[in-house]
Design a protein around this ligand. Structure first.
Ligand SMILES: NC(=O)c1ccc[n+]([C@@H]2O[C@H](COP(=O)([O-])OP(=O)(O)OC[C@H]3O[C@@H](n4cnc5c(N)ncnc54)[C@H](O)[C@@H]3O)[C@@H](O)[C@H]2O)c1
Length: 328
């Protein structure tokens, strides 16, 4: 078992390694060497805003590992100061199928999401240019994305935070001021939409960003929470996703755009193809990156965490967990 503190220690010490692990996973995904079935959503009739997602994945023969992340989203937790998401990751051995490890995975999930956001940003912005950044939604994911943007060595010159909950906005603005070294401000949605890089990390269930919003050429929108943007806005932009089949489901903004147009022509390509140089974006348009969140990323980052935590003696070994392993 790898408890949360051990996971945090590994992740905090190695953001650049995590970025490499995630970029490699995207490239391998593009080459089809991983198995990444669709994730499965469970919802509750009497708690309509809560859900649990199961994300199974197989990393390919080289690593000999497969597994599943089981992640709950209970937005009402936030009212009592608890985090919205909680997760475990199980890693299994490909040779026997046996489970090998159970990792606390909320931080792993946040780290792989933030690494994806940072990788997409680094591919889409001019890295020699100082960037103005805004965060719409100021929770755990926004904070982790800020950490990974900093780890990517992007030059952030201005940070604006917008959240319906002023206290959350203030907390992220204070955190950003410390981390970036220039004062971060709280602002309106309109202020946020004018920045070079706009990060959406809310819990909105349906689009609220005005359809007539004018995006600028070269502007980058990270559509991490997936449901903030109306279909019309996506149709004015380049659209990069992590996996077309995964992302065009569950009423995400790209799914809504598919329902409106009846086709997938508005999709420019997948992040793995962009990384491999097989796809390019039209510089006359803004680009929207919509990552559905792939189980292979959790598993790849989880495997990195397990290896490091084991080397540091930070895992809790449970002898004979499997009980009976012989038939007779
Ligand atoms: N795409 C992915 O791979 C991926 C991975 C992990 C999380 N996520 C998504 O990221 C989002 C954020 O997760 P979190 O853990 O940071 O949540 P959180 O609950 O900690 O924070 C969300 C914040 O958004 C704010 N908010 C809600 N609606 C808003 C609106 N219309 N305008 C402005 N602010 C608004 C809330 O007040 C809250 O402070 C979730 O939707 C989650 O599903 C996506």
């Amino acid at each position: 078992v790898v408890p949360g503190d051990a996971v945090s220690d590994v992740l905090e010490a190695s953001p650049v390694d995590v970025i490499h692990v995630v970029a490699d996973a995207y490239l391998a995904h593009e080459q089809g060497t991983f198995v990444n079935p669709r994730s499965y959503f469970m919802r509750f009739p009497e708690k309509p805003n809560a859900r649990v997602i199961a994300l199974p994945a197989y990393l390919g023969n080289e690593t000999g590992k497969f597994g599943i992340k089981w992640i709950s989203s209970f937005p009402d937790n936030v009212k009592s100061g608890m985090s919205r998401a909680s997760a475990v990751l199980l890693i299994n051995d490909y040779a026997t199928g046996h489970p090998l490890a159970c990792l606390e995975a909320a931080k792993i999930s946040a780290a792989r999401t933030a690494a994806s956001a940072a990788i997409a940003t680094a591919m889409l912005v001019d890295k020699n240019h100082a960037l103005t950044v805004s965060f719409v939604g100021a929770g755990v994911i926004a904070r982790t994305i800020l950490d990974y943007l900093i780890a990517t060595d992007l030059r952030l010159v201005e940070v604006v935070v917008h959240d319906l909950d002023e206290e959350a906005a203030e907390k992220l603005a204070t955190y950003a001021t410390e981390k970036v070294g220039t004062p971060a401000a709280m602002g309106s949605l309109h202020d946020a939409l004018g920045k070079d890089l706009v990060v959406f990390a809310t819990t909105a269930a349906a689009p609220y960003v005005p359809a007539q919003t004018q995006l600028s050429p070269g502007q980058v929108l990270l559509n991490i929470s997936l449901r903030d943007l109306p279909a019309e806005l996506l149709l004015t932009a380049n659209n990069i996703v992590d996996d077309v089949d995964h992302c065009l489901r569950e009423r995400t903004s790209p799914h809504l755009a598919e329902l409106v147009t009846g086709n997938r022509d508005f999709i420019t390509g997948q992040l793995g193809a962009l990384l491999a140089g097989d796809v390019s974006v039209d510089p006359r348009k803004a680009t929207i990156f919509s990552p559905f969140g792939l189980g292979i990323l959790d598993l790849a980052v989880g495997q990195h965490v397990l290896t490091q935590a084991r080397a540091q003696g930070a895992t809790i070994e449970i002898p004979h967990f499997m009980g009976e392993t012989r038939r007779w």
